[in-house]
Design a protein around this ligand. Structure first.
Ligand code: GLN
Length: 485
């Protein structure tokens, strides 16, 4: 069977269970696709061909296992999820040779469900960025247009799924890093509620914001992955012990009757590109035609979200990244003659410009003279922002708006870091409030021909409802084509 790569994860899992396709065939098809498309896309830092082929051979001998929902399905991980025996770089020179001795919880759960991990995806260094241009190794291209960025920071994960190199990838989202690349690459991306998925074995950026989530070619695929990932983990004290619902039962609806969608004025106004607005509005009109009611809601603090997010994220990053000192973790300068010099030179050589900028800023906002003026104030605004959401959800079940004001931009176009930060305006609020958000591809921009993503945000632990609404819309919109490569 050729062109397996055009299948969804759901279809592929079915073909593997029924033995119409062997695990070896599925893995080889992905490896062939990687070979054919990587010279253009450059999505992967590490391809795990040998391990994957070996695992496939063993699995084919044992035969399918119906209790394992991802049995034999090739999957890629963002390269900040630690993998036992496989290099995990976090997109940074400082971890260029870091080989972890354990698998993170998300990885353990995928493997238990039968998934075959075939590669580690490129990313902005330490997940800091919106375009994957901050990777210390190379830039990833958007499969729809190689001159454009795939979004970030999970740009490798977005590009590998859009290019058909695997059937799903995991990304992480601190301020939009699953939803933005999903939007730019024309795929589905879901950031779960904070605490829904264990962060154990995820190299931390902003610990109070980070979440792991699926990036896939259909809503149902994301539901299947979330089902495997979700749930309490004693190894992560912020993972929540709330029962995991069945994410698949709400799928397959053909009506949105009874659903109220809130449209924040602040998300649909100034600064939004016409083609993004047109594609998102057409999707909302479709939701209305399917029976959904729409109401305007207010997210009055949106203007403060970027400043608030960057203070909190940088503060947490400066603290999290202190462990990379050349002693406990990371690259060590061997020529340094004394301790302080060794720390300084190792970190100077190991961290890229953006990471250094954020460590310096984060240290500044936490310093005793400025803590109240910056960090404390940001923490207060964060609380108010959450209240904005609570008020909005008194009027609606789910909020919808664009993921990003623009479609994928050209590499090099946002050389000014502040311009890059503005890309996150619509995504960071969900992280600050700890709420789930997802990106659904709703068509191609009329001017650029590049994918447009519609964002949904919901109350805490409303992933099942969100997936149900997105799935209904997905099945009633024009099917999203795959990128031509
Ligand atoms: N672009 C944002 C940042 O650079 C978000 C990144 C992320 O979600 N990891 O911080």
């Amino acid at each position: 069977m050729s062109e397996l790569y055009t299948k969804t994860l759901t279809e592929m899992a079915g073909l593997l269970q029924s033995r119409e396709v062997t695990v070896a065939e599925a893995v080889k098809d992905c490896l062939d696709r990687i070979e054919a498309t990587e010279p253009t896309v450059k999505a992967l830092i590490t391809v795990m061909s040998d391990e994957a082929l070996k695992q496939a051979e063993v699995m084919d001998q044992e035969g399918p296992d119906a209790s394992k929902p991802l049995w034999g399905v090739p999957i890629v991980l963002k390269d900040l999820l630690v993998t036992k025996g496989t290099r995990t770089t976090c997109g940074s020179k400082i971890l260029e040779n870091f080989v972890p001795f354990y698998d993170g919880t998300a990885v353990v759960r995928l493997r238990k469900a039968g998934a075959v991990i075939i590669g580690k995806a490129n990313m902005d260094e330490f997940a800091m960025g919106s375009s994957t241009e901050n990777s210390a190794f190379f830039q990833t291209s958007n499969p729809w247009d190689a001159d454009c960025v795939p979004g970030g920071s999970s740009g490798g994960s977005g590009a590998t799924v859009a290019a058909g190199q695997c059937f799903a990838a995991l990304g992480t989202d601190t301020g939009g890093s699953i939803r933005l690349p999903a939007s730019f690459c024309g795929i589905v991306g879901l950031k779960p509620t904070y605490g829904r998925v264990s962060r154990f074995g995820l190299i931390a950026y902003g610990s109070s914001l980070d979440q792991i989530g699926p990036m896939t070619r259909s809503v149902e695929d994301s539901a299947r992955i979330l089902q495997v990932l979700a749930g309490h983990d004693p190894n992560d004290s912020t993972s929540v012990d709330v029962p995991v619902p069945d994410y698949l039962v709400g799928l397959g609806r053909n009506s949105l009757e009874g659903t109220t969608i809130g449209l924040p004025e602040e998300y649909w106004g100034k600064g939004l590109d016409n083609e993004v607005e047109a594609a998102c509005k057409a999707a909302i009109a479709k939701a209305e035609a399917l029976g959904a009611k729409t109401v305007p809601v207010k997210m009055a603090l949106t203007d403060y979200a970027i400043a608030t997010y960057y203070i909190i994220a940088m503060a947490e990053a400066s603290s999290n990244l202190s462990r990379f000192d050349g002693v406990r973790f990371g690259h060590r300068n061997k020529d340094a003659e004394e301790l302080i010099d060794m720390y300084t030179s190792s970190r100077t050589e190991g961290f890229g410009d953006e990471v250094q900028r954020r460590i310096i800023m984060g240290t500044y906002v936490l310093s005793s003279g400025y803590y109240d003026a910056y960090y404390n104030k940001a923490a207060k605004v964060r609380r108010l922002l959450r209240e904005d959401f609570e008020k909005a959800f008194e009027q609606c079940d789910i909020i919808a708006g664009p993921v990003c004001p623009t479609t994928a931009f050209k590499a090099g176009d946002k050389a000014d870091p502040l311009q890059m930060y503005l890309m996150d305006i619509f995504t960071i609020s969900a992280n600050l409030a700890g709420l789930p958000g997802m990106s659904l591809p709703v068509g191609l921009g009329g001017d650029s021909g590049m994918p447009v993503g519609l964002q949904f945000m919901g109350p805490a632990f409303s992933e099942a409802e969100m997936l149900s609404v997105a799935d209904c819309l997905e099945r009633n919109l024009e099917p999203m084509p795959m990128a031509k490569l």
